[in-house]
Design a protein around this ligand. Structure first.
Ligand SMILES: [Fe+2]
Length: 327
């Protein structure tokens, strides 16, 4: 695949990333080898990075922001961070539903929000959809993280799109009434709670499960062994999926290099590095993940809505969680 060429004064790229994985060295070194563009990396947690760019203002040296969740990319978009990119290559490689329609940001890997359950207590056929978590039979048996979590806000964004706001709110209220405890912790904490029997079922992104399953620590592998996962809504609108993605900053000092970098991220080799770093699926169709846990899942029906909808619905999602007092 031909990558755009950068001119001599643009042989540097300032990359702000909230992703940092073992595969990064290979990902970035390969880019520099192919293009001659050196990468300066600024790494911080998701929200810290957005705050930093905000504080830097118009003189921010950032060329590209890489972060996770379409809901967070939407927040960055709302802050006016990005400029639109027009690239025939990106349009051809990245599925239309995994990028912002105006080219402000692009998804480069895919995550799915799964139902996870305690195998000793639940048979897989008992749960087939997110909607089924609202059944009163799960009273006192569900663990969930807080409603301020972007993962839950984005899931609600999809539910609003598919069910309408009224039904989505009824769902949230019913799931909240089924909680075994107040929402707390991250996805890994929910999986640990399920394995420990504090609750029987939860939702989690697949890579938290995969990390436990592939862990070097035996006690973490035991957690994964006790937990089964379900790809919800295979008979209806598909499993809720989200992205890790990137956009070119509005005031990028090295705009051409920034576009070249996004195009590079869509290449077969970079797709494998980018997805594998976090046990995610490549965004580009036809690039096979080299990951034993993802391979064990097989293929599944994904929600086809544009991930930009998840961000657009975010204010409504938060209101729904607030109205049902989901902490
Ligand atoms: Fe995460």
């Amino acid at each position: 695949m031909a990558l755009g060429t950068a001119n001599a004064q643009e042989n540097v790229l300032n990359l702000y990333s909230s992703r940092h994985y073992q595969t990064d060295e290979g990902l970035y070194a390969n880019f520099t080898r192919l293009t001659g563009i050196r990468i300066n990396r600024i790494e911080a947690s998701e929200d810290a990075l957005i705050e930093r760019i905000r504080n830097e203002g118009e003189r921010s040296p950032a060329d590209v922001l890489v972060t996770v969740d379409a809901g967070r990319l939407w927040r960055a978009e709302q802050l006016g961070f990005f400029q639109p990119v027009k690239s025939a290559l990106l349009d051809a490689r990245i599925p239309a539903n995994l990028r912002e329609p105006g080219g402000l940001w692009y998804g480069f890997s895919l995550r799915a929000r799964l139902i996870a359950y305690n195998k000793a207590k639940i048979k897989p056929g008992e749960l087939a959809s997110y909607e089924s978590l609202a059944d009163p039979k799960w009273q006192g048996r569900i663990c969930m993280r807080s409603s301020t979590s972007l993962y839950n806000l984005s899931l609600m964004g999809a539910m609003i799109d598919h069910l309408g706001e009224q039904k989505a709110q009824a769902w949230a209220g019913a799931v909240k009434a089924n909680l075994a405890r107040e929402p707390r912790g991250g996805d890994t904490d929910q999986l640990k709670s399920v394995a420990a029997g504090e609750c029987d079922v939860t939702v989690s992104n697949q890579y938290y499960y995969a990390r436990l399953a592939r862990s070097a620590k035996a006690d973490e592998r035991v957690i994964a062994e006790k937990v089964g996962v379900i790809f919800p809504n295979q008979a209806s609108w598909g499993t809720h999926v989200n992205i890790s993605g990137a956009g070119v900053m509005k005031n990028a000092p090295h705009r051409e290099a920034a576009v070249t970098f996004l195009e590079y991220l869509a290449s077969d080799q970079a797709q494998r590095y980018f997805a594998e770093g976090n046990n995610e699926w490549p965004a580009v169709a036809g690039v096979k993940p080299d990951n034993p846990v993802l391979a064990s899942f097989g293929t599944f029906k994904r929600d086809a809505i544009n991930v930009a909808v998840l961000g657009r619905n975010q204010p409504r999602s938060q209101k729904i969680y607030d109205r049902v007092a989901w902490k």
